[in-house]
Ligand binder design. Sequence first.
Ligand code: FAD
Length: 577
Amino acid sequence: MKDYINVIGAGLAGSEAAYQIAKRGIKVKLYEMKPVKFSPAHSNSNFAEIVCSNSFKSNLLTNACGLLKEELRRLDSLLIKIADETAVPAGQALAVDREEFAKKVTENLKNNLNIEIINKEVVSKYDETIANKNQKANLAQGENKKLNNTIAQDQSSKMEKNSAQRNENIEETEPIFFEDLINEDAITIIATGPLTSDSLSIGIKKLTGENDLHFYDAAAPIIEKDSIDFNIAFYGDRYEQEKKKDETLEEWHNRISEYNKTNVASGSNINMKSNGIDKLISGSAEKKDTNSYINLPMNKEEYENFVQELINAEVVTLHDFEKGEIFEGCMPVEVMAKRGIDTLRFGPLKPVGFDDPRTGKRPYAVVQLRQDNLRGILYNMVGFQTNLKYGEQKRVFSMIPGLNNAEFVKYGVMHRNTFINSPELLDNTYNLKKKTNIYFAGQITGVEGYVESISSGMVASLNAIKQFNDANKKLLKSATLSKLENKENVNNKIKEYKFTKSDRETIEEITFSKETMIGALADYISTPKENFQPMNANFGILPPLEGEKIKDKKKRYESLSNRALEKLEQLDENVNI
Ligand SMILES: Cc1cc2nc3c(=O)[nH]c(=O)nc-3n(C[C@H](O)[C@H](O)[C@H](O)COP(=O)(O)OP(=O)(O)OC[C@H]3O[C@@H](n4cnc5c(N)ncnc54)[C@H](O)[C@@H]3O)c2cc1C
């Protein structure tokens, strides 16, 4: 087992992780490809580069990101501390002087004797371009050895110097392979961000599986269920309720009755009238248990007004490296709308399968919302991936009947973003389930945002430290090692030891309560869900407060924050590692 922890990527997550590990006296090898190579969005040689806005969002505890920062402050986050130190005036928000921020983080890590910095791109052995380059370098090294022999023979000091120079060059081109770093005997944190280099992405894909690494966000807005107007909205799954091609009318009729019996609670009535069947089904808009879809019916006028506003709304400017490819798999809703007034009605807003409970008639269009978290308090807008500016999303999407007072916990985005399918791959400590010496941290795990990335760096590193320390303790206690008296021999034995999966299974993890924002994010990215998309800090991912619902939003958020900070206080003593 190696006597250090690898951290790949010195961005926001990797820098925080490296600091937390080094602070606890453990050596870190920190790999950062800058300034040798820059991603399309990075340009500064320093670590923890802020690539876009200089804001870390609100500092208020009535704001989800404000709470997240406060939790991180209490856990001695280096990056939040430096953000506070380099803050520029921005009202209630924490905005930083980005140059000063990155410079201070870099200085801090460079001056830390436990951190060895390696400015090289970590590449994959499965990347053919690297394999070819490496082959050439090996050939050159062979040539060089021959040359060295000649030098030894004629003792020419001048040639010796040239050779040394050449050796240096060859060493410089020698790649650092990802596959070597993640060998079972080294704990490694992968924090290479949303713009992970292509070669490393090949290695990560090999590790996670072909379908578990994504390169683009195509996230639709997410809405708090409690803010939806259920006088208009109703539950129901279009594909469940639609008549199947091979079904007789009677079979269809019976199936829908069954479906609604199990999915619709008693209360008001929904009129199911389709394909000639006119049947009144007892039930309310609220489904009993599997509330997978919420439907928002529109009449012709509502639909046309909505499309008109949608096609004229302001969109964000994409970076050059994001243009083109992004539209291949998933079209933004506003682009689809521009193709013709009926395009959305024949696409994601098709009204097939439902009648509008207000009129008993087939609506002109239906917007569907799909359940987004297990607790069923968040819903995403099906087919609404978008590049509209956030303010425009609020304005235009609130025109949809039932969404007039909607709370958007997350707006839609579409941008270049490398992220893994964390719900399948990671547990809530950001540990890779199938290879437990590996952790992921930062945006690559599907947390979204600067502070969220720092938060995942904190959790992953605390758990990497715990694993490292527990493994060492376990080895020291082992029969063979306890007999050795010489410290050097003990250390060598530890280094030689190949830690097994069953060794690791006995190690306790440090998990954060789901009631803290740090824990809720870790829980979100590690809980199974269909069509996983990145998530930022928001109060919708916290479990609701017990007792009666506090109607005043500010007071509710304040109570959620107080509860979170209390939970953080109670955290297992293990965090004080
Ligand atoms: C264009 C863009 C704009 C964004 N704007 C915002 C915003 O305004 N606000 C916000 O909150 N979030 C924003 N984000 C999202 C996200 O919060 C940031 O990208 C954040 O920096 C992510 O932190 P990270 O540590 O995961 O990755 P990064 O901060 O990107 O760090 C990853 C590091 O890994 C290095 N690296 C990559 N590949 C390798 C390799 N193979 N070997 C060695 N090193 C490697 C990179 O050089 C980089 O330094 C933006 C993202 C992008 C892409």
